[in-house]
Design a binder for this molecule. Sequence first.
Ligand code: SF4
Ligand code: SF4
Length: 322
Amino acid sequence: MSLITKIMDFMFEKIGIPEFEKIIEIENALIEEDGVLGFSSKSAPRFDIPIEASKRKGVNLFITPRILPHILSSAKNMRKSFKDLQHNPAKPKVEISSKDLADLKKIAESVGVYDLGFTKVPHELIFQNKSLLYDNAIVLVMKMDNQLINTAPSKKALKNIWYTYDYLGRATMKIAKFLRQRGYSSQASHPLGGIVLYPRLAEKAGLGSFGKAGLLITPVNGSTVRLAAVFTSIQNLPITGENEHSWIGEFCKTCLKCIKECPPQAILKDPIKHNTGRVTHIDNEKCFPYFAENYACTICIKVCPFNNTSYEKIKVVFEKRK
Ligand code: SF4
Ligand code: SF4
């Protein structure tokens, strides 16, 4: 292990881990507040990657001086997203004007959000021990860099992942601040960790469809994206309830590339049914050790056809084949 890696590991252990533990404490304390929306008996536990990684040896998820600032900046904004709740207006507006909605979309675009959707949050998508101020959700999609992800598993791909967490986190905070300035209440939910199960929420918002690899496949950039959300007092968000991407589930049955290419064979053809009733195709016990020791792996994103071929092209070929 190089000296620089040892220093990074030391700093992460001494600064990063206590910070993430404090954030979890702050997140979990919100449930004590009046009127919040809590999790349900069907909610999943959240898998906290930094905390879980700190329990293992041979982890290389936080390794370079260029990555650590993005992790610490993400942690700072996760904590700030709760502190900022005190700046919500005492009597927030609940109906958004068409001008504010148009401005919201412009602001989102200006901070690098590539797509956004609207939906209501079902309680079962809130992670265990977490809670929200509002169930009106604005779901945000930011692209990762395909060229860098194509090098996965690598330091370059890992850096791009942490960079995207950080920049999407900042974008989420800016959107929440914009809404407050216009008189609405908001709660930013950082992409790292998050209070809700983002892929399922984004699917409900019509932003893509769930693939075999457990990730949201979007028309904008396949699963080479990160997701976040802002919860708000706005009750008239333009929720359509439609999802035109549900064909992806059928496509996955004919593809199975992520299943074949996953080094520890952690993606299963047959789904696993969890105690909460949730169904997934990933065996986390097999995925995480490989993920933690191989720069966050990301092979399942890299090999997915939607990573390098356009959504429309895949859809046309698939429709013809049927
Ligand atoms: S991240 Fe790697 S180990 Fe985990 S499911 Fe994807 S390909 Fe498999
Ligand atoms: S690699 Fe194939 S099976 Fe796996 S998520 Fe992508 S499209 Fe679906």
